[in-house]
Design a protein around this ligand. Sequence first.
Ligand SMILES: Nc1ncnc2c1ncn2[C@@H]1O[C@H](COP(=O)(O)OP(=O)(O)OP(=O)(O)O)[C@@H](O)[C@H]1O
Ligand SMILES: Cc1ncc(COP(=O)(O)O)c(N)n1
Length: 232
Amino acid sequence: MEKALTIAGSDSGGGAGIQADLKTFQELKVFGMSALTAVTAQNTLGVQGVFPMEAEVVAEQIQSVGEDIGVDALKTGMLFNAEIIETVAEKIKRFAWDKVVVDPVMIAKGGAPLLQQEAVSALKNHLLPLCFVITPNIPEAEVLTRMTIHSPDDKKEAARRIHALGAKNIVIKGGHDVNTNEAVDLLFNGADFEFFSVPRIETKNTHGTGCTFSAAITAQLAKVYLYMTRYL
Ligand SMILES: Nc1ncnc2c1ncn2[C@@H]1O[C@H](COP(=O)(O)OP(=O)(O)OP(=O)(O)O)[C@@H](O)[C@H]1O
Ligand SMILES: Cc1ncc(COP(=O)(O)O)c(N)n1
């Protein structure tokens, strides 16, 4: 069975974070493992508390899993601060993992910060160059590129800028684009653009959609051979 690791925060409500990732791994039939970066107290009303782990605690979890069980693909979610980001980047390099999915979680849907503002440059400098796929939502893509995104052309320009930061494949997710009756994601692999659209589901229950999405990509990446991923 292929093995997938999530390096992310715990959501006590079970809709996002580590919990969403492990459920998704299970659904897609890969063996799920986790390295916890933070414990959050959350429910359907919002985030009541954020308790980050020491970077050393994150490092040890990754080390234990990496040196014994093995990792076919991994994703990162909530990383909270620059020290944790740098620790995660070091471990990815140390184990030479290449099927790396970065979900650049910044702010919870309810508005609570899940990444310190000063950690954005650490994310750009240390993690983006190591990732095979990055999956920002529109506000996250705006922060990473320092531009505003209103149109499909803006999404393309943002994807080009994120590619220039070192990410190999970029998916800008359309969940936040509430002015359209479709949810439109854009994939850019450095050469070609592809839009994926589905009719927008009218619901407020979208907590954890991005976590689930990036976990699904990670699970599927865990199952493919590297020579295939090179040409994706
Ligand atoms: N209402 C919706 N109907 C259909 N698809 C949706 C809807 N909302 C989001 N999606 C899809 O779900 C995936 C996740 O996108 P989204 O933009 O919601 O991520 P996100 O904001 O990072 O999520 P979160 O922060 O809640 O984890 C994308 O493929 C997006 O197109
Ligand atoms: C631990 C953790 N990770 C990620 C999210 C983002 O999900 P959302 O934007 O739906 O709140 C979250 N709320 N909590």
